[in-house]
Design a protein around this ligand. Structure first.
Ligand code: XMP
Length: 185
């Protein structure tokens, strides 16, 4: 029996290949390692779910650079079933690790309007995080709506909806090992 429902969108062209992602993450980890003191543990807070693949690969590259980490997650919701943000950000699950006086690297899949990251930064600062830096795999500068800048950016992309490598459309396509543009059928 086929339980699959027809999808209104499908991944179209590959925007960023698996090999390009791998190479860029290795370089990002090297950039990050340059700015952190290796004698201190870095608290990584990844924004769930979209960043899970990026975070896993980034962590392994940070390890190669000699950076020791503590890892936790934060779940914030802004998107419903479509491709447009609701604009309202809700905290669904906060990290359990204490962040007071810690160096925190906030990891997200994509900086779109910036509202999610602003909300996450505010939350971490209110709890006493000492230094919060932001690392995103993708940045869509044309879509920024609030003043937020990522310290480390994998790729700047145009204003297209993308899926794959952890990013979904309506729960689909997270498993793709590359980033693809989404096409409407
Ligand atoms: P904001 O607007 O708060 O949004 O910066 C961040 C979150 O929105 C999701 N998002 C996308 N998800 N393809 C996706 O699969 C996209 O092109 C896209 N643009 C934004 C994503 O979850 C991100 O964390």
């Amino acid at each position: 029996m086929n339980h699959q429902t027809p999808r209104s969108h499908s991944p179209d062209t590959v925007l960023i290949s698996t090999a390009a992602i791998r190479r860029r993450i290795a370089r990002l980890a090297a950039e990050i390692a340059k700015t952190y003191d290796p004698t201190r543990e870095l608290v990584i807070v990844a924004i769930w779910h979209g960043s899970f693949m990026f975070m896993a690969d980034l962590l392994r590259q940070l390890h190669r650079q000699g950076i020791r980490t503590h890892v936790d997650f934060m779940t914030l919701a802004s998107y419903g079933a479509g491709t447009r943000s609701s604009g309202r950000i809700t905290m669904l699950q906060a990290p359990a690790l204490p962040v007071k006086n810690q160096l925190v690297l906030l990891v997200d899949d994509i900086l779109d309007t910036g509202r999610t990251l602003i909300r996450a930064i505010r939350w971490l600062r209110q709890r006493g995080a000492k230094n919060v830096k932001i690392c995103v795999l993708l940045d869509k500068p044309a879509r920024h709506k609030v003043k937020v800048r990522a310290d480390y950016v994998g790729f700047k992309i145009p204003n297209v909806f993308v899926v794959g490598y952890g990013l979904d459309h309506d729960k689909h396509y997270r498993e793709l090992p590359y980033i693809a543009k989404l096409r409407q059928r």
